[in-house]
Ligand binder design. Sequence first.
Ligand SMILES: [Cu+2]
Length: 184
Amino acid sequence: MALSSWAFALSLTGCGQRSSAPNSSNGQAAHAAQASASSAPALVEIKLRGNCNPPQFDPIGLWVPLGQTVRWRAESQTHKLSAYHPDNGKELRIPEKARPWSVMLDAGCPEIPESFDYTFTVEGVYDYFCEMHEQMGMVGRIVVGEPKGPAKPLEQGIPKAAWALMPSVEQIMREKTVSVPKSC
Ligand SMILES: [Cu+2]
């Protein structure tokens, strides 16, 4: 168990560690209503599981059409969800014209949002990670429309353990949704 990661998380958030958390809150319900009113395609959700070994995004690989809104939701523990982008201190692994994101999410801390919505308006391959659990393999990939560059096909800038789990673009195009075995 990476104690230093937890210590880092706790010092950042000021929230106590939680082994489990409720699935929803009133604030999230209002947020969801707002999101569904403004976008035609149904919301697609990716869960952030901190209690898994290793911590994981589920699904880890996803294809969506252009204009799709994706919601990441913390199911357990604290995470920092970030795009692979120079703004986040990483190699560029999302389309050049796409705006990067970096947000703290927590499954139960009142001061930190539980979920984050992002609408994909640029086609291509998006690789992202959790800053707290990247070394353990917590990464994900989304293909929007046609899988054109410049997201790098190689493991440049990604830890070995994470790269071993990352689904290929080909697998995502074939299966549309790729999950890793649930280990929690
Ligand atoms: Cu995480």
